[in-house]
Design a protein around this ligand. Structure first.
Ligand code: URA
Length: 253
């Protein structure tokens, strides 16, 4: 801080000693510059990728206490990231609120954004077929038959681009709370982003499938995303094996 002459006089009159650095001589270079040897021009350091924006602790812990109606309202009104600007509506989730099976996908696409329901496009039709093969459905039914379906992101990324780490971090408390409320007996994580979110793993789906993982004490089976299976139908047999593995966890004595 620099004092004006008037302030200095006032402070001195109050008995306070004011220290001021000696004024540099007119032609003297600034101290720092004098100490610095001449250097080659600096090459700017590479900019690291942005770290996921951590969700403020108080927000995440507030979401962790919400019941279904409040959680639904919190998602519908969420403006925590830029995805809210382009969405038609949020896509909360659908199914039995105490389903034995919970299916976790990636993010709404164009049709889900319009319908407000996850997996209603072509990938969703394949998902419904896969569920039907196990006598499961998203339609109303008892909790052992009617699944609960949710996505890692509740808003559609523009042009269906991949979710960004900051978006996933912002949305995570909602999925976490949905899982806590449903208390499923098995989670089927479909595709890379669901797996990353739930298992905190960057490993490829192919390396993680075929065994049982765990999320907060709930068994997790990972499998290919239905959209991938539409492009690579040869892997449908592996996805069927994954579904059978998940089913075996519920029928085991
Ligand atoms: N893909 C997903 O992962 N979720 C949807 O809701 C639709 C497509």
């Amino acid at each position: 801080m620099s004092w004006s002459e008037r302030q200095r006089q006032m402070l001195q009159a109050m008995g306070l000693t004011v220290w001021a650095p000696p004024a540099p001589l007119r032609d003297e270079p600034p101290a720092m510059a004098a100490a610095e040897p001449a250097r080659a021009p600096r090459v700017p350091a590479p900019v690291p990728p942005p770290a996921p924006t951590p969700v403020p602790m108080e927000e995440a812990s507030a979401v962790a206490t919400l019941g279904w109606p409040e959680l639904r309202a919190a998602v519908a009104g969420c403006r925590a990231c830029a995805l809210c600007d382009a969405r038609t509506q949020t896509v909360f989730g659908v199914g039995h609120e105490r389903a034995h099976w919970m299916i976790v996908g990636e993010a709404p696409g164009e049709q889900e954004d319009r319908a407000g329901e996850p997996f209603v496009g072509p990938a969703g039709q394949l998902l419904d077929d896969m569920l039907r093969a196990l006598a499961l459905t998203r339609q109303p039914g008892p909790p052992e038959k009617q699944v609960y379906i949710a996505n890692t992101l509740k808003c559609r990324p523009p042009r269906n681009r991949n979710p960004e780490p900051a978006e996933l971090a912002r949305c995570e408390p909602f999925l976490k709370r949905q899982i806590a409320l449903v208390q499923p007996r098995v989670i089927l994580a479909m595709g890379r982003f669901a797996i990353q979110q739930i298992l905190r793993s960057d490993e490829a789906v192919g390396r993680l499938r075929g065994r049982v993982h765990s999320y907060q004490g709930v068994p997790v089976v990972v499998t290919y995303h239905p959209a991938y299976l539409l492009r690579q139908p040869a892997d449908k047999a592996k996805a069927w094996d994954d579904l059978c593995l998940a089913a075996s966890l519920l029928t085991a004595p």
